[in-house]
Design a binder for this molecule. Structure first.
Ligand code: APR
Length: 247
């Protein structure tokens, strides 16, 4: 197997997706065939889905909260923590996962591009209440309300059809610019992601455009596999701990 040299010249941007949490027991979107209770997930995890049936949306996220609370990080998460300790500020982890497992494993420089399952916010954009930590698994038939304005509360998740937080995108952009202009080696590694959901799926092209080196670790061929220069097929919990050569 190829190894990825991580030395004092290397800047590393990592993108993770659902596959990285699969070995912890969190089902992937693809693993569920994109369905929940026989409905396409896009119809549940969307502003339209919430407007139509907020009870159903909260049932979905309460189930996911309950599921994610009972699992633990796996060796793939741990490998990324070790790489970050080695590289320091020359490391950034962008994740599409909302389960919080990277932070629980000990990752610190993390951008949760799609939000966090354990945060809630007011669905009324005019309301001043900030997103807050919330581990509550709401009882069946319950939709929590905002104590400030009375509107419905919603999960702090970036749903299909919604924009990512510009601050998160800027952090990734800023890191990439610093890496590309550092005079060092800029590496991008994507793991456990099907490469189907943008803008994350386009990061490989941006990094290549900036002269970076690109790696993919995935169980199945991803939709954007051919755009990566190096590809390792396998489980992230098995591949990542062996892949990095820390020098
Ligand atoms: N190790 C590595 N890769 C794995 C593993 C594993 N143990 N298990 C599964 N995979 C791969 C699958 O082969 C698949 O290509 O992980 C990928 C998971 O793909 P998706 O389920 O589509 O997840 P992801 O790419 O994170 O989805 C992107 O879509 O569901 C929305 O917003 C949600 O963040 C999510 C986004």
């Amino acid at each position: 197997m190829e190894t990825l040299l991580l030395d004092s010249n290397t800047w590393l941007l990592v993108l993770t997706g659902a596959g990285v949490s699969a070995e912890s027991g969190v089902p992937t979107f693809r693993g569920m065939n994109g369905l929940w209770e026989d409905q396409p997930v896009e119809q549940v995890a969307s502003p339209e889905g919430f407007a139509k049936d907020p009870l159903r949306v909260w049932r979905f996220y309460s189930q996911r909260r309950a599921g994610a609370a009972g699992v633990s990080p796996n060796p793939g998460h741990d490998a990324l923590v070790a790489w970050e300790r080695h590289l320091g500020d020359r490391f950034l982890l962008a994740t599409q996962n909302v389960d919080g497992l990277h932070s629980r494993a000990g990752s610190q420089r993390v951008v949760e591009m799609h939000g966090n399952l354990f945060k809630t916010r007011c669905s009324n954009d005019e309301c001043k209440r900030a997103p807050f930590e919330d581990t509550t698994v709401y009882a069946e038939g319950t939709v929590p309300g905002c104590k400030d304005c009375g509107s419905l509360l919603r999960p702090h998740i970036v749903w299909f059809g919604e924009y990512l937080d510009p601050t998160d995108l800027e952090r990734i952009q800023d890191f990439s610019l610093r890496a590309a202009s550092s005079g060092g080696r800029f590496v991008f590694l994507a793991a456990g992601t099907s490469g189907a959901v943008y803008p994350a799926a386009g990061m490989v092209d941006q990094v290549r455009g900036a002269g970076g080196e690109t790696w993919l670790v995935n169980l199945d061929p991803a939709e954007n596999s051919r755009r990566f220069q190096h590809s390792v097929q396998g489980k992230s919990g098995e591949v990542l701990p062996k892949l990095g050569r820390l020098v």
